[in-house]
Design a protein around this ligand. Sequence first.
Ligand code: PLP
Length: 374
Amino acid sequence: MKQLIYADNAATTQLSKTAFDAMTPWLLDEYGNASQPYALARKPKKALADARAVVAQCINAQPDEIFFTSGGTESDNWVIKGSAFADPEKRATITSAFEHHAILHSCAAIERLGYPVAYLTPTAGGIVSPESLKGMISNSTRLVSIMYANNEIGTIQPIKELCEVAHAHGALFHTDAVQAVGHVKVDVKELGVDMLSASAHKFNGPKGIGFLYIRKGTNLVSYVDGGAQENSHRAGTENIASIVGMATALKENCDVIDSHITDIRGMEHRLIDALSDAQIQFVHNGNNETLPGLISLSFAGMDGEAILHRLDLAGICISTGSACNSKNTEISHVLQAILLDESYAKGTVRISLGKNNTISDVDAIAAALIKVLS
Ligand code: PLP
């Protein structure tokens, strides 16, 4: 049988076997509700505290600054809505035009309620510049939310500098780091951010679990109301198995992050070199500083959908844009935001390599692309 080559790791990743093994006891034998006072709840309660400490350590936060959520979408909704609703004066939110829809649609929701939102335009190279933020921010800005790395083109944003601009104007700063956590070193203290979103299924953890880092003292109202879980900030019985799986997967990735980055960069260069050597004409989008392994390529006059389907027939999974956009044949809002010429935008594919990919996968992807494009 033909071996599947999975190169769509920005959409989701395969669950790590170590994380899976760490999860199973909490699904079967240790099913107690961590909020209960009896003995059966003791181990889940401890597992929850241990996982929180592991996650905190991986991003250089304190354990009580980590709040478990159902994933990146919920964390982003919480920040945008929870920040707006904490402000009776309805001060403004600033974000960028090429954020994930979890941010953009949350912003649209608060705009409908009368909270102002302004959208920064990234450069053609896929960067939100601190200068552009300086030009838009004012003392009536409450929150600035800029993604750590773009999910379609992989560009890493100058978060520390953007954060400094926000703080200089008394605004809070959030970063959607869903694509970055577990793939590059993320240190919340060094960045200076007030809030940071992450999602386990992007770093070989389970789906439907994530977290929001909230720096101590940040004023954010709760978004999911109910019980007193997560220090009364995010209600709902804790999903211990998934939380343990997430912490295990994150630690597994963070422990080897430097060698992982070196390996993936090597594969990335091999792919680009193979296409160049075969005289394939392409634009490598946002190639200044990108996430390791996230390669966005545009082929003028080609159809990205058709390339995706031809590779699918060869047993290779890639994407045309973000997974959330894959049913939409329109040009993605990200490629529109960086003003990519339409003939290139329509011929754009995203190849996202992960820790399970090998050199031979990359060679097979390059050969398949060359065949389709020659
Ligand atoms: N933010 C970014 C940048 C993403 O890439 C994604 C998923 O693709 C999300 C948020 C949503 O995360 P989740 O799938 O955990 O809801």
